[in-house]
Write a protein that binds this ligand. Structure first.
Ligand code: GLN
Ligand code: ZN
Length: 761
């Protein structure tokens, strides 16, 4: 019985790759230094998998930045603006595409399916001259081999690569990406031939787009591609990996009939229906790579349950054709529990990071082969038993309150126009009211005082004093600029989810549980392990303090339940909506506490609402339904005169506009869009809505300072599509990552633009 790992995190257990890359980018170390750190990491991963007993160990899942960009390099598909002159692509061109350089900005980045990993989007047009320009896959295979490890090299499959690309500038509307298949396959053939020559007997193609809804011509491209590769791969075993969702029946049929393909990998954690397809029919003689260990989460596997799934599958595909695997690459989980020395022991026993998952996969394979590690299995049972019954997980009152929400609807009693009238009487705002999204620049000193307070090096009194001073500075600044609705600037927060997670019960934080988000950037999601409740108010102290410093409305600032959920590792012992409802109830209490304490405008950020959207259309309505319901729960109890804002960080609203409206917020602020007109007409179309809307008037992600004219021009464009009385004027996101030297002139210009237009309306 064999074992396999789809892919592994590259960052290292202590983010070694991050620090090495950043130091290289800063010119503080050499390319050789970076290559050495990378080679050491690869070696230790291969060794670790070898020691664990894994049979099919992947190579080429390492990346200096991103595996899709690696494929772009392999194919020589460098956009001309990066000035590549042929030859093997080196760090220079590679990192320019990834991060931009002094004269050219980086290529676009987008989310890898429904994960928080971002890849560099290939830009392809009819003029791309493909050539074999990065031998990384072969080099890594040989490198492992020299270390005595015969690996299974991993490539992004040709069809998924094309489907994840975007048409180059100028041909956006007309170009069919799949028309390039015939041009990239020759390069794939070269790579495969070299791998074969180097001794590879297996090859893995990741084709995760197979789990998506696909039109038939896209599906046909798979058949075409693998038929074309058949002769090149002959003599090798070819594994096609799919992951992140159930595979639709039609896709399954195509996949199982692909020529030259000898092994099929499925995500059986998210793919319970896939299991039925396999049970219905599986091609004789092919290998099944059964992804039973979750690559998207940090929970210890339920080994007994997995074992029985595997035993059932064994009956279908045969003992020698079943391979135990992970549900997807382990890239999307944390790296290693060993460094979690401060984590509570009991909770730790419930967890498995990537390194522990490798061990689980192998333990399952061995158990299937009749060599069950009894001790390991019984420790696993004990952990699951303690998790199920632990009083730290279970809070009956919370469970009851959340269960009572199901099936019912929660809405504010009056409609949005009536509410806005009531609010306006109280707030008395000018037309085109100005506001900001929440955070102000986080200076070094600020970070330092927070860090030292946490480490108990600064007393509570001194800490409160320091934060108070900061808030007062931010309030004064906003008054000086004449902003209408103020914020306190969020100086007490490190992160918009962590801040709440730390104060809610049911959350725990790891020390090194980092997950790559893009490039060298990692996030450390909180772990939601138990029923969520709010022991005491979380933001009232600071918000009330800030409100006491001004006569203008001060926005209370909260993170919404869906965003907290989507940016955390969520418990897997109850449905996600259940956990979301629990968080919603906790935030509801906070909203009502803020209201009681004199806060009349409350912003509940749902920056990540879209991130939880399931990949397949058929599942999206259900998600949106409970997600939006959760949001409404948080504020259904406030008075008409309390104004609820929400903020969302993305600009692609077309398909979810009705859900956004159904959130029933009084004011919605959103990220600046590439196409304002389109965005706003979407709002107008679906709308008849009447709520306030603040489409960011400038981009905070860039250090550029927009002029008054430019902002006024933007606002005018918005006014052409939206009613004057519903438009708000604000930046497109929080100002946390900017410097004061950028924020001050930008905000001043923003307010000036609003004032200018007020006189003209
Ligand atoms: N209120 C948060 C801030 O301003 C919102 C951040 C976000 O949308 N990502 O920082
Ligand atoms: Zn935002």
């Amino acid at each position: 019985m064999a074992s396999h790992i789809v892919g592994y995190p590259r960052m290292g257990p202590k983010r070694e790759l991050k620090f090495a890359s950043e130091s290289f980018w800063d010119g503080k170390s050499s390319a050789e230094d970076l290559q050495k750190v990378a080679a050491d990491l690869r070696e230790s991963i291969w060794k670790q998998m070898t020691d664990a007993g894994i049979k099919y160990i992947p190579s080429n899942t390492f990346s200096y930045y991103d595996q899709v960009l690696d494929t772009t390099a392999m194919l020589g598909a460098v956009p001309p603006r990066y000035g590549w002159n042929g030859g093997e692509i080196g760090f220079d061109v590679y990192f320019s595409m990834a991060r931009g350089n002094a004269s050219v900005p980086a290529m676009e980045m987008t989310k890898w399916f429904d994960t928080n990993y971002h890849f560099i989007v290939p830009e392809l047009g009819p003029d791309v001259n493909f050539s074999y320009a990065s031998h990384k896959a072969v080099a890594e295979y040989k490198e492992a081999k020299a270390l005595g490890v015969d690996t299974i090299p991993v490539l992004i499959g040709p069809v998924s690569y094309l489907l994840l690309s975007k048409p180059a500038k100028g041909v956006e509307k007309t170009f069919s990406l799949l028309s390039l298949l015939g041009k990239i396959l020759p390069i794939y053939k070269e790579v495969i031939s070299e791998l074969k020559e180097a001794g590879a007997s297996w090859i893995q193609f990741d084709e995760p787009t197979l789990v998506m809804d696909l039109e038939s011509h896209k599906l046909e491209a798979f058949t075409e591609a693998y038929s074309e590769l058949e002769s090149t791969v002959s003599g090798m075993n070819v594994l096609i990996e799919t992951y992140f969702a159930d595979i639709p029946a039609k896709q399954y049929k195509t996949l199982t009939s692909l020529k030259g393909v000898t092994a099929l990998g499925f995500d059986l954690v998210r793919g319970t229906k896939t299991l039925d397809l396999i049970k219905g029919e599986f091609p004789k003689g092919k290998y099944l790579f059964a992804g039973v260990v979750d690559g998207r989460n940090i929970w210890a596997n339920d080994l007994a349950a997995s074992l029985s799934t595997l035993e059932a599958l064994e009956g279908i595909v045969g003992k020698d054709k079943l391979v135990v695997s992970t549900s997807c690459s382990l890239l999307h989980t944390a790296v290693d529990l060993v460094n979690e020395t401060k984590l509570d022991k009991e909770i730790k026993s419930w967890l498995a990071f990537a390194a522990q998952k490798v061990v689980e996969v192998n333990a399952l394979a061995k158990a299937l082969a009749g060599v069950k590690d009894e001790e390991f299995f019984s420790a696993n049972v004990a952990a699951h038993t303690s998790r199920k019954s632990s009083p730290r997980v279970n809070n009956e009152a919370v469970q009851k309150a959340a269960a009572a929400l199901k099936g019912s609807d929660h809405r504010r009693a009056t409609n949005v126009s009536a509410r806005l009238d009531a609010q306006q009487k109280k707030l008395n705002l000018p037309i085109l009211p100005t506001t900001t999204i929440g955070s102000f620049p986080q200076t070094m000193e600020l970070r330092k005082v927070r860090r030292e307070y946490k480490a108990k090096k600064v007393s509570e009194v001194d800490y409160v004093e320091a934060i108070k001073k900061e808030i007062s500075k931010v309030v004064k600044l906003q008054e000086e600029f004449d902003i209408d609705v103020l914020v306190h600037g969020e100086p007490e927060r490190n992160d918009m989810v962590e801040y709440f997670g730390e104060q809610l019960s049911g959350f725990v934080f790891s020390a090194n549980g980092w997950v790559q988000s893009y490039g060298s950037r990692c996030v450390k999601p909180p772990i939601i392990y138990g029923d969520v409740s709010r022991p005491k108010s979380m933001t009232v102290f600071w918000s009330a303090l800030a409100q006491s410093m001004t006569s203008r409305p001060m926005k209370g600032m909260l993170t919404g339940p869906v965003t907290i959920l989507n940016w955390s590792f969520v418990r897997n012992d109850q449905p996600r909506f259940e956990t979301c409802y629990q968080i919603a109830l906790a935030i509801k209490d906070e909203v009502e506490d803020l209201e009681k304490n004199g806060i009349t405008v409350i912003q509940i950020d749902e920056a990540a609402l879209r991130e939880g959207l399931p990949l397949r259309k058929s599942e999206q309505a259900f998600y949106l339904d409970w997600a939006v319901h959760s949001f409404r729960i948080t504020n259904c109890g406030v008075q008409d005169t309390t104004q609820i804002h929400t903020h969302m960080c993305y600009s692609n609203f077309n398909d979810i506009i009705h859900s956004i409206i159904d959130m029933d917020a009084d004011v919605i602020t959103i990220e600046k869009s590439r196409s304002d007109e389109k965005l706003l007409s979407v709002f107008r179309e679906g709308v008849k809505y009447g709520a306030g809307i603040g489409p960011g008037v400038y981009d905070i992600h860039s250090p550029r300072i927009p002029s008054t004219e430019e902002i006024a021009d933007r606002i005018n464009k918005m006014l052409a599509v939206l009613e004057t009385n519903i438009l708000w004027v604000n930046p497109d996101c929080g100002l946390k990552t900017r410097k004061y030297s950028e924020v001050k002139p930008a905000l001043k210009n923003m307010v000036d633009a609003a004032k200018l237009l007020r006189t003209q309306l």
